[in-house]
Every structure is written in structure tokens, then in C-alpha cells.
Design a protein around this ligand. Sequence first.
Ligand SMILES: Cc1cc2nc3c(=O)[nH]c(=O)nc-3n(C[C@H](O)[C@H](O)[C@H](O)COP(=O)(O)OP(=O)(O)OC[C@H]3O[C@@H](n4cnc5c(N)ncnc54)[C@H](O)[C@@H]3O)c2cc1C
Length: 391
Amino acid sequence: MDFQFTPDEEQFRGEIRDFLKQQLPDGWADRAFVGDVEQDERDELSRFVTKQLADRDWLAMAWPKEYGGLDATHMQQLIYNEETSYSAMPGGGGMGVAWVGPAVMLYGNEEQKEQYLPWITNGDDIWCTLYSEPGAGSDLAALQTRAERDGDEYVINGSKIWTSGGHLANMGWLAARTDPHAPKHRGISTFVLPMDTPGVEVRPLTNLAGEHNFNEVFFENVRIPSTNLVGTENRGWYQVATALDFERSGVGAYAGGRRNMERLVHVAREDESLVQRNPASRYELADRWVELQVGFNIAYRIPHLQSQGIIPNHEASVSKLYGSELTQRIAGTGMHLLGLGGQMMPGSPHAALGGAFARTYLSSVSSTIAAGTSEIQRNIIAQRGLGLPRG
Ligand SMILES: Cc1cc2nc3c(=O)[nH]c(=O)nc-3n(C[C@H](O)[C@H](O)[C@H](O)COP(=O)(O)OP(=O)(O)OC[C@H]3O[C@@H](n4cnc5c(N)ncnc54)[C@H](O)[C@@H]3O)c2cc1C
């Protein structure tokens, strides 16, 4: 087994690092970590970086050239994801690049590809994903939002929840029920929903760490043209399932984890009293470091499988489960190392490292829920990976 990146891949990594050095302000990742960044500054930088990436055709680099990508290899995409996550780069292609575009390529017709894909690759359209509902998360096929055919239009009624970036997006990728009488997996369809359509209302939700990242979205007699249906009516469930596979194969958690571990190791070396006061924290740090190496190898396996023509499934669940839980463990280790000050939130005069680890600890809980909870990942690994019967 060859664990080395090729010289071309190393060169590519160097190009990405140069780009990030040029485009991001000095000390950006650390300022963002301790919350020393105003929302306006982040939004402006995000738009700027996204445009710079689009100009280089890097925004959707793994897409085929005919759709505005670079035909980059899966390994190049992983290197890009790793470096941009490590640098806490704002912006990038988001959900449009990660799964809406790939789903449109697979299931959309030619007009839809022409209508939607160029605006994703040039960074103009920002997408959100409208799947989850108050009664449909893990059991997504239970979703109740209705899309009723009325002549040349569909009329949407219902609501969605936990819509990440719904307040920033101009385009929505919607799963709605088109046949209420069919078995639940067979009556769902997927649609493109411009977020400024009359009858769409976005209401903010605040997470455990006090941040506004996701929303509730309500639809009241929202009319969209029937041409916004993507793929075959009532086959949407199977399209969504494929799109979720695109969602679960990231290396970002490990890259962010490495940055946080480096911060902790740095502070433990600088201030020896931290380790003297809590000698067990040395072992904790060592354990997290080992887990991080394991995690990177799990993540690197995903593009390796893809390059062999295999679509990762339970393998992606292993990566998602391990990465999201490791993110939480690293944040916990940070709080143990930093002592009581490590548990104080930003704004407290007693907060260690500006309260960044306490905030990370709280916000890291959500990564074990988003894109399928840890229990659901374990179910997938047990059934599809280990061949165990359903519980
Ligand atoms: C940060 C964040 C961002 C998100 N962004 C989006 C988004 O942009 N768009 C979107 O549509 N959704 C989004 N979601 C929603 C996310 O996909 C759901 O929260 C997730 O699928 C879980 O669904 P639920 O919250 O309804 O929990 P439930 O499904 O009600 O689960 C509750 C608990 O029961 C457990 N459970 C449920 N079923 C089983 C089972 N079969 N076996 C074992 N345990 C089970 C779960 O693991 C969990 O612990 C986001 C969520 C978060 C936290």
C-alpha cells in the first residue's frame, strides 16, 4: 500500500496553499477561531474568495469540464478540501457544488443543466437544502411538505427545519411529497425553488452556541413552474439518497481537528503549568493525536475507492461518524487542558483562549447530528458494512 501523495498532488497542494496565503488576511484562521471577525467582514471575504475560486475554475474542480469544472481527480478534491478547511476559508461552492450540481448532472434534463450549473460554477447562486421537517429527519421519507400539480405549476405547502444558510441562499433544493397515497419512499420528488418566490418565509433558529446558521422555512401556496421538477416525479427519494452519499465523504473535520490540536499543543508547550496541574491531559492529547492520524487514513480511503470506480457508502459513514465525534473529543480535551477558564464562553474576562474551545465544544455537537446522526451512521455501518440484521 502506498501512503504517499504523487509529486503532482504535492504540487497541487502547494498551489492551493499559495492561493490561500494570497487571498486570506494574515492570521485569518486564528481570528475566526476566537470569534474576532465581524459577520460583514466574513461575508465580504466569502464573496471575494468564491469569485477568485470561480475565476480559476476551482469552485467545482471535480466536475466535468463541460459543466465548468476541471475534471480534477478525487484525490485533488480531497487535497483542496483539506487545505481550505485547515485554513478556515470562508466561501467556496457550498451545497450547490457538493450535491445540488451533481444531482442535476445525474437526473436533470439539458435545459436544467444549462439553467443551473453555470451559476453554481461562477459562484453567483447560493443554495440551501430543504429536506428535514419537524417530523422527518432520520426518517426523511416521512416528509409531509406537499407539491401538488396544478396545470403547468406545482403548488408547495408545508415547512422545513434546520435549513443551513437558508437566510443567505437565493436557491433552494427541495424534497416534497407529490403522491400522498403511494408508500412513503415512492411519493417524493425533488425541485428547484428560488428562495424569493412569493409565499416562502425564512425564520432564524439559534444553535446551542448562540449562532444563527440554520432556519425554519415555511411555504404557503408557493407556485413554481412544473419545469422546476428535477428527475422523474415520485422518484425523488432515490435521488436524495444518492445526493446524501455526496454529502458524507468529507476530510474537513480532520483538517479542522488538526488545526485545533496544533493550537492545544502550542499552548501546552508555552504554559507548562497547564500540564503540571493536570498531568493526565498529556495522555489525552496523545490519544487525540493518534485518533487524528487514524481519521486522516479513513478519509483518504474515500477518494481512493472513488478512483477505483467504487461509490463509498458505509465507508463514508465511517469517516463521517469518526470525524464528527473526534471533533467533539478534541474540543473536550481542550477544555480539560485549559481548566475552568476553558469552559468559559467568549466575552467572559476569565475565558481561556477567548472562550474558543468552549464555543467549539458546544457547536461541535451539531456535527454529530447534521447529514445523518451518529446512530444512523452506526446503523449503516452495522447493516451495509458488517451485514448485520436490522435492530
Ligand atoms: C448543524 C445542522 C445543520 C443541518 N442542516 C440541514 C440542512 O441544511 N437541510 C436539511 O434538510 N436538514 C439539515 N439538518 C437536519 C439534519 O439532517 C437532521 O437534524 C438529522 O437528520 C436528524 O433528524 P432529527 O433532528 O429530526 O432527529 P430525529 O430523527 O428525530 O432523531 C432523534 C434521535 O433519535 C435517534 N434515531 C432516530 N432514528 C433512529 C434509528 N432508526 N436508529 C437509532 N437511532 C435513531 C437519532 O440518532 C437522534 O439521536 C441539519 C442539522 C444540523 C444539526
